[in-house]
Design a protein around this ligand. Structure first.
Ligand SMILES: Nc1ncnc2c1ncn2[C@@H]1O[C@H](COP(=O)(O)OP(=O)(O)O)[C@@H](O)[C@H]1O
Ligand SMILES: [Mg+2]
Length: 148
């Protein structure tokens, strides 16, 4: 019998990428699955590849817009088959700013993907970790699935 240490993820299979384009592609596969109401929390150190991944997610949701690091903008909205809200909590320092995000409204309007997502606790959110393995290698691991 085939056994695995963890149940297979239905959100995105765990994988190791060797280039930014591969991480983007993984993001695209996720984006194609996203529906309104989905929240995906991304974790990983600075430079891990979170924004690169989101670039692919936006493609997967059908957004033609270029994805940039929302450094001075907490939220960027990409219209598509499903609207994608791209949130980056890197510069958020207090819980008031987190409350003011309007996450619930964003999730009602579409899907939400959050960089530095470990700063939030969201019921039902998927959790994806991007871990640098040295050089251009990155491990992309789903530690909590979307509910579908
Ligand atoms: N396999 C890879 N996946 C993603 N990014 C990679 C990879 N290899 C190298 N990089 C580089 O790492 C950096 C990731 O930056 P970025 O996506 O902005 O990270 P973060 O948003 O997590 O801070 C980019 O300069 C990218 O070119
Ligand atoms: Mg980033």
């Amino acid at each position: 019998m085939l056994t695995s240490r963890r149940p297979a993820t239905t959100t995105l299979r765990d994988l190791v990428t060797n280039a930014p384009a591969e991480t983007e592609h993984a993001g695209m596969l996720l984006g194609e699955r996203l529906r309104a109401g989905d929240v995906v929390l991304l974790t990983g150190e600075l430079g891990a590849g979170k924004t690169t991944f989101v670039r692919g997610v936006a493609q997967g949701t059908g957004s033609p817009a270029p994805v940039a690091s929302p450094t001075f903008q907490l939220v960027r909205i990409y219209p598509g088959r499903v609207q994608l809200a791209h949130v980056d909590l890197y510069r958020v320092e207090n819980s008031m700013e987190l409350r003011d995000l309007g996450l619930e409204e964003l999730a009602q309007e579409g899907a939400v993907v959050v960089e530095w997502g470990d700063r939030l606790e969201v019921d039902g959110a998927a959790l994806i970790e991007i871990e640098p393995l040295g050089g251009d290698r990155r491990l992309i691991r789903t530690t909590r699935d979307l509910g579908h």
